[in-house]
Design a protein around this ligand. Sequence first.
Ligand code: XUL
Ligand code: CO
Length: 437
Amino acid sequence: MTVYFPEVKKKIRFEGPDSKNPLSFKRYNPKEKILGKTMADHLRFAVCYWHTMKGLGADQFGVNTIIRSYNKAADPMKQAEQTMEAAFEFFTKLGVQFWCFHDRDIAPEADTLAETNKRLDKLTALAKKMQSDTGIKLLWGTTNAFSHRRFMAGAGTNPDPHVFAYAASQIKKAMEITKTLGGAGYVFWGGREGYDTLLNTDMGRELDHMAMLLQMAVDYKKKIGFKGQLYIEPKPKEPTKHQYDFDAANCLAFLQKYKLLKHFKINVEANHATLAAHTFPHELAFCAANGILGSVDANRGDLLLGWDTDQFPTDLYDTTLAMYIILKSGGFTTGGLNFDAHVRRQSIDNVDLFYAHIGAMDAFARGLKIAARLLKDKVLDNAIKQRYAGWNSKLGKDIEGGRMNFEKLEKYILKNGEPTLKSGRQELLENILNEYI
Ligand code: XUL
Ligand code: CO
C-alpha cells in the first residue's frame, strides 16, 4: 500500500512534558483517566477532511502553495481514492478517533446529480472499509451547498425553488451516506444562507424556507432511521455579509419559532464566535445554559484579521474555559472536538499537519486537566455560589418562587432601603485562574 506520510514512520505517542520529540504528545495521553473517563473519551478529537486533506494554501490573493502526493493523479476519482487512503493513514498515525467531511470533499461533483451520487457511493464504500480496518469513526457528515455556482444566492434561502430542490437533494444523499458510515451527527452550516443586500432580499420568506428545509431533513432522518444528532453551526458573516444563523442565541430563537428545537443542537465554532463579537466560551456557556450544547469546531481566529482564519487552537485560556464549560454541562455525548482549522500558507510540509494537530490536541488536553482541577477544587463554583447567596434568603426565594410582584418588591425596598454592595472580585478570580493554568 502506498505511504503518503513517510516523514512520520509510526503512530504519534504520549511521551510526557519532558520529551523533546516534536512528533509526540506532551500532554495528551489518550488512556489517562480524568474524572473517571479517559482523555480520549472526554475530548473526542476529529480531523476535518476539507482543511486537512484538501486545503492547499490558496487564499484570496494567491494560488495553492502546498503540494501533496495524493492529489497528483490526472483522474479526479483516482485522486479522491488516494486522498481517502492518505486521510486514514493520517488519522491513524495521529491517533484520533473521529473524522468529519462534506460530501464534496470526498468525491468530485460530476455533470449530473445521478452521476455525482454514484461517485459518492464509491467513495463512501471505500471510507466504510477504511473505517472498519482502522476503527476510526465518523463524528459528523454534512453537505457542501455553498461552493458550486448554483448556490451563489443560497441553498435553502435561494430565491429560486429549483435551487432549493437541488440543495434538498444533496442533503438527502449526504444524510444517507452519513448514516451508512455510522455518523454520530450531521451538521448544517448555512454556507450562503444569508444576504448581501436587503435591496433584493425577502428576509421573512427566506427564513420560512430555511425552516422548511430543516423540517424536511428532520422528517427524512426519521424515515431512514438515522440516529445521529442534528446540529446547526452558527456564523455571523462570511461568505455573505449577514448570515442568518448569526450566533447561538439567533439559532435558538429560530429553532424555537419554527418548532424545531427538540431536533437540533449547536455546533459551536470558536472562530465563528469571535466573528460574532463573542468569545468562544461565551457561545459555549450560552448553549450550556439552554441545553443545546452539541459539538465543537475547535480553532481560533486572529484579533487583527477580521475574517475566519481557522487557525489551530493553542490558547490555553480558551481551551481551559471551553473544557470547563463542557465538563460542567456533562461532557460530550454525540459531539466532539473537530479541528476545523488549516495550517498556514507557508506551512507547506506534510509534517506541519502533524505539528498543527499535536499542538492543538495538547492544548485541549491541558485545558481538560486544568478544568478538571478547577471543578474538583470548586474555586469558581464557590465564588459564584457566594456571589448569588442572596438568592437563598427569604427575598430571593420569594422572587424565584414566583411569589412576588412590583407592589410587594416596592414595599420591601421602602422598608429595607439600599442594598449592601459586594465586590465582583474579578481580578482575584483572574489571578486564581492564572495559578491553575
Ligand atoms: C465554514 C465552516 C464549515 C462548517 C461545515 O466557516 O466552519 O466548514 O464547519 O460546513
Ligand atoms: Co466549522
